[in-house]
Ligand binder design. Structure first.
Ligand code: HEM
Length: 179
C-alpha cells in the first residue's frame, strides 16, 4: 500500500495522541520496513494493521474505531493533496460515484504500484445510495471513515448503515442517506 497512507496515519497519531505514542507503536509493531515510510514508497498493508492494533493496545480504543477515525482524517488529507480530483465536485454523492470510474483510476496512473479497492455505487434516489466496498485487504472500517470524511468535507449530514458481507472486513455494503 502506498506510503502516503502510512505517513498520514503516523501524523494523525502524533497530533491526536503524541510523538511518544508514535514511538511506542513503532517499537511494538514488528515492521519489515523498519517503520521509516516515504509517501511515494510502497509497503505491506499488514504493517498498518499492526500499527493500528498496537495503537489500540496503547490507547485502549477499539481497532475498528481507530481505523474509522483515521479514514475520516485521511479523506481531507487526500482531497487537499489531490485537488484536481475534486475541483468540480459539489456533493458527497457526486464524489462517491466518481471514486471507482475516475478517482481511483487516476490514482492507479499516478501510483502504478497501488491497487485501490472496488467502490461501486448504486443510486436509489436523490437522498439515498448504496456503496459496495470490496478489496483484497480488510479495510471496510477505513472505508466507513473515508465516507464520513466525504460527508464532512461537503458539510452534509450522512447517516450510514453498515452491512458486512464478509467476516474479515474485505467486503461491505454501506447504505447511505443524506438529509
Ligand atoms: C481524493 C480522493 C481519493 C484519493 C486521492 C484516493 C487515493 C487512494 C490511494 C492512493 C490509496 C492507496 C492504494 C494502494 O496503495 O494500493 C487508496 C486506498 C483506499 N481508498 Fe481511496 N482515494 C480517494 C477517495 C476515496 C474514497 C472517497 C473512498 C471511499 C470509500 C476510498 C476508499 C479507499 C479505501 C477503503 C482504501 C484502502 C485500501 C483497500 O481497501 O484496499 N478512497 N485511495
Amino acid at each position: 500500500m502506498k506510503g502516503m497512507i502510512f505517513t498520514e496515519f503516523l501524523e494523525m497519531v502524533e497530533t491526536q495522541f503524541s510523538p511518544e505514542v508514535v514511538e511506542e507503536i513503532l517499537e511494538l509493531s514488528e515492521l519489515p520496513s523498519g517503520g521509516s515510510y516515504t509517501s511515494m514508497g510502497t509497503y505491506a498493508h499488514a504493517e498498518i494493521l499492526s500499527l493500528v492494533s498496537n495503537l489500540s493496545r496503547v490507547t485502549k480504543v477499539d481497532p475498528e474505531v481507530l481505523q474509522t477515525a483515521f479514514g475520516e482524517y485521511l479523506f481531507k488529507r487526500l482531497a487537499d493533496s489531490h485537488p484536481q480530483f475534486i475541483k468540480d465536485i459539489r456533493s458527497s454523492f457526486d464524489l462517491l460515484e466518481r471514486v471507482e470510474d475516475y478517482i481511483h483510476v487516476e490514482v492507479r496512473k499516478l501510483y502504478p504500484e497501488s491497487s485501490p479497492p472496488e467502490i461501486r455505487c448504486t443510486s436509489i434516489d436523490e437522498y439515498q445510495m448504496r456503496l459496495h466496498y470490496k478489496s483484497h485487504r480488510p479495510f471496510a472500517a477505513l472505508a466507513l471513515g473515508l465516507i464520513q470524511g466525504v460527508g464532512r468535507y461537503f458539510d452534509e449530514r450522512l447517516s450510514i448503515r453498515v452491512e458486512p458481507l464478509s467476516d474479515a472486513g474485505t467486503e461491505t455494503m454501506f447504505h447511505l442517506t443524506r438529509s
